[in-house]
Design a protein around this ligand. Structure first.
Ligand code: ACO
Length: 323
């Protein structure tokens, strides 16, 4: 017998306002054609002025709880991945905790930018395996529209807002790769690459700041690091790329997604792709893709999934799980 963290519910929320690429043609020297061919993005959702990250996160959490047939009373912990929390403190996670009416347990945020959901999932798994929680809500939620420089065409066309959530539950497995639940994780970061992707402001520098990215430099790291972390996590579970039913990648750029799948030896038929509809929603993109992938009928119980992400830090990692 072995303890496993099994996904028992999934849900997502996207803000109402949908912004097509053509909107940016009005204010920037860019085209729908450039954005589509270079990134794969066709549209993205932007939060309303009075809508915050914890609002999106709460709606995604409610959808995941409903999908699991559970209530907030059944949850022991909330781990929320975000780089765009409502306030400097308290955490967005505790705001969601209050909004769900959850008066016990604990809640905290994880910040690993676009790799945030993979880091949150790995931490939630550790909480379950160490017996500190039986059921954990793992949320990725972002309002990256709040940190865009709307005059910088090389970044502002790429990002969107949204939230996704999973409910993880402690269950017994056999200790083999045939078990449902999280089978292995791999986390990495290398702070020497800070200048490739960062926000040029923050509390300690007394400003909010805007996202700055050397996109082509990040691109150079992405395919190689994503393939390696996915293969490392798979080998820890005693599995190979050929065993994977679905790659559920961080949705930053269709060319990175295609390049990683190719390097892993898998066709695009085995990849859940949502980047065309959501843009890059940072820590929200993987739980959004898991939820949409299930809704589309792509992801089914028993499927072997590898999620992988890279972002600011650089920070990157992968989680292997059986749905
Ligand atoms: N419209 C038109 N032209 C543009 C635009 C635009 N919106 N943006 C940039 N360009 C121009 C550039 O100015 C450049 O022109 P130049 O050759 O005259 O200098 C040209 O297009 C090529 O620019 P590149 O940056 O080399 O284009 P590239 O093919 O690399 O695509 C992109 C850019 C889409 C940003 C890509 O590099 C990418 O996706 N990078 C990775 C992003 C990523 O994965 N980030 C990590 C996660 S995000 C996070 O952690 C928060």
């Amino acid at each position: 017998m072995a303890g496993r963290s099994v996904v028992v519910g999934v849900g997502h929320y996207l803000p109402e306002r949908i912004v097509p690429n053509s909107e940016f043609e009005k204010t920037l020297d860019t085209t729908d054609e450039w954005i589509r061919t270079r990134s794969g993005i066709e549209r993205r959702h932007f939060a309303a002025d009075d809508e915050t990250t914890s609002d999106l996160a709460t709606k995604a959490a409610e959808a995941a709880l409903a999908d699991a047939g559970l209530t907030a009373d059944d949850i022991d912990a909330i781990v929320l991945a975000t780089s765009t929390a409502d306030l400097t403190f308290p955490s967005a996670a505790t705001m969601v905790q209050a909004r769900l009416g959850m008066t016990k347990g604990f809640a905290f945020d994880v910040q690993a930018v676009c790799a945030g959901f993979v880091f949150a999932l790995s931490n939630a798994n550790a909480l379950i395996l160490s017996g500190q929680a039986k059921r954990v809500l793992v949320i990725g939620a972002e309002t990256f529209s709040r940190i865009m420089d709307w005059t910088d065409r090389s970044t502002c066309v790429l990002f969107g807002d949204g939230a996704g959530a999973l409910v993880l539950e402690a269950q017994d497995g056999e200790g083999t790769a045939a078990d449902r639940g999280i089978l292995a994780t791999d986390l990495n970061s290398d702070g020497r690459y800070k200048d490739l992707l960062y926000v040029d402001g923050g509390v300690s520098t007394q400003s909010t700041g805007h996202l700055r990215m050397q996109g082509n430099q990040v691109f150079r790291h992405a395919v190689e690091k994503l393939t390696k972390t996915a293969e490392t996590a798979l080998s820890r579970a005693g599995l190979r790329c050929a065993d994977v039913d679905w790659i559920v990648p961080h949705q930053a750029n269709i060319r990175i997604i295609q390049g990683t799948a190719k390097k892993m030896g898998l066709p695009m038929e085995n990849v859940v792709v949502t980047v065309q509809d959501h843009g890059n929603t940072s820590a929200a993109s993987i739980p959004l893709a898991l939820s949409v992938g299930k809704q589309r009928g792509q992801i089914k119980p028993g499927d072997l999934i590898v999620t992988e992400a890279i972002g600011g830090g650089l920070a990157w990692g992968a989680v292997v799980l059986r749905w």
